[in-house]
Ligand binder design. Structure first.
Ligand SMILES: [Zn+2]
Length: 121
C-alpha cells in the first residue's frame, strides 16, 4: 500500500453556535488541511496518486470555503462549522475525485489543534 499526503490552507471566519466559551463569538482561522490518499499500485511513472491532480481537487474544494463566513454557507446552516465537520466536508469532496482512495483528512484549526475524519471500515 502507498499513501500520499497533500496539504493546502484556507482562511475563513466562523462561530460555534451553542458553545459555552469564546468560540461562540465570531473569529477566524487559517485552516491547514492535510489529505492522505492511498493507492495499492503504481503506474508506469512509479506514482500511486498524481500529486498535481490531488492538489487541484483539494484547491477546488477549499475554494468553496476560502474567505467565507462559514456559518452563512448552506453546508453549515444546521451543523456547526467545526474542524470535525470541515474535515468531513473535505473528505467527501475529495472522495468524489478519488473514490475509495481517500484515507483521512485532517484540518488544523490552530498550530496545536486538529480534527480528522475518515470512514470507519
Ligand atoms: Zn474557531
Amino acid at each position: 500500500m502507498f499513501e500520499i499526503l497533500i496539504e493546502d490552507s484556507f482562511d475563513a471566519a466562523h462561530n460555534l453556535r451553542g458553545y459555552q466559551g469564546n468560540c461562540e463569538r465570531l473569529h477566524g482561522h487559517t485552516y491547514r488541511t492535510q489529505v492522505f490518499i492511498r493507492g495499492k499500485s503504481l503506474d508506469e511513472q512509479g506514482m500511486s496518486i498524481d500529486f498535481r491532480q490531488a492538489k487541484t481537487e483539494l484547491a477546488s474544494a477549499l475554494a468553496q470555503l476560502d474567505h467565507q463566513y462559514l456559518n452563512d454557507l448552506p453546508l453549515f446552516q444546521v451543523e456547526n462549522p467545526s474542524a470535525e465537520n470541515l474535515a468531513r466536508y473535505i473528505y467527501n469532496a475529495m472522495d468524489k475525485s478519488f473514490p475509495g482512495h481517500v484515507h483521512r483528512v485532517t484540518v488544523w484549526e490552530t498550530p496545536t489543534s486538529a480534527a480528522s475524519y475518515w470512514k470507519d471500515e
